[in-house]
Ligand binder design. Structure first.
Ligand code: MF3
Ligand code: CO
Length: 246
């Protein structure tokens, strides 16, 4: 696991700032009638316009700048001509590369009025992130994060996706350690100051089981019920965390 120097962390602020601002830019524009491809175009132009590269584009053959995942799509939804409709929930996950480093973040947006269940799912998924990082600082056992995420999700009647996790980030988009959203309190390696990780709860309204569609990317819930996603890049500090994409 890589600890970053203050100089390296300083270089990461800009790609992370671009991720944060891009997510806000998309949030102000996303609406019913737009296609997921149009959402991706907004992301591509914003990232390029800020002098960065969309890390996802071409990553392991991924064909777009953002993952745009509607309703039952958990993650890695490939933007296409699907039209967003009132009542949808849409997660937008994107990475920017600049200064030799990546930043990574995701939000789930509501399209107009959504069902009470979807509304609660989005709210609980965001809160799962904040529950996950409660008390997080140098010395915290890694799986405390997942323990806290899982506890809050299940308390609210939802389930935690197991097949995908958070991760370290830096010069590579995915570095060690893997950061699961489930786990046993007090277990896992102890996180150290200067580590930069992405905490990204992916929460399902029904079962946590997923299947990947024939395109090799799109992960959907096996039961077809909705899922939500929320992610930030953060630095582990001696006395807490510093969130770079919020
Ligand atoms: N941003 C995603 C993550 O949180 C990665 C997307 S996979 C890609 O790890 F292929 F789209 F890049
Ligand atoms: Co990530």
């Amino acid at each position: 696991m890589i600890r970053k120097s203050e100089e390296e962390i300083a270089l990461m602020r800009e790609p992370c700032r671009i991720v944060k601002d891009c997510l806000a830019f998309v949030g102000e524009r996303i609406c019913a009638g737009m296609t997921t491809k149009e959402v991706d175009d907004l992301v591509y132009r914003f990232i390029k316009g800020n002098g960065a590269e969309p890390s996802c584009l071409g990553y392991c053959g991924y064909p777009a700048s953002a993952c745009v995942s509607v309703n039952e799509v958990v993650v890695h939804g490939i933007p296409d001509d699907r039209v967003l409709m009132e009542g949808d929930i849409v997660s937008v996950d994107l990475c920017a590369y600049k200064n030799g480093f990546h930043g990574d973040g995701a939000r789930t947006f509501r399209i107009g009025n959504v069902s009470p269940e979807k509304d609660k799912l989005v709210r609980v998924t965001e809160q799962c992130f904040f529950e996950g990082i409660k008390g997080l600082k140098a010395g915290t056992p890694l799986f405390d994060i997942g323990y806290q995420v899982q506890k809050y999700a299940e308390l609210n009647g939802f389930s935690v996706i197991r097949a995908y996790t958070g991760h370290g980030i830096g010069r590579e988009m995915h570095e060690d350690p893997s950061v699961p959203n489930f786990g046993r309190k007090g277990t896992g390696v102890r996180l150290q100051a200067g580590m930069v990780i992405c905490v990204e709860p992916m929460i399902a309204a029904g079962s946590w089981r997923v299947k990947v569609l024939d395109d090799g990317w799109t992960a959907v819930t096996a039961d077809g019920r909705p899922a939500a996603h929320y992610e930030n890049t953060l630095v582990i500090r001696e006395d807490g965390v510093e969130i770079l994409t919020l």
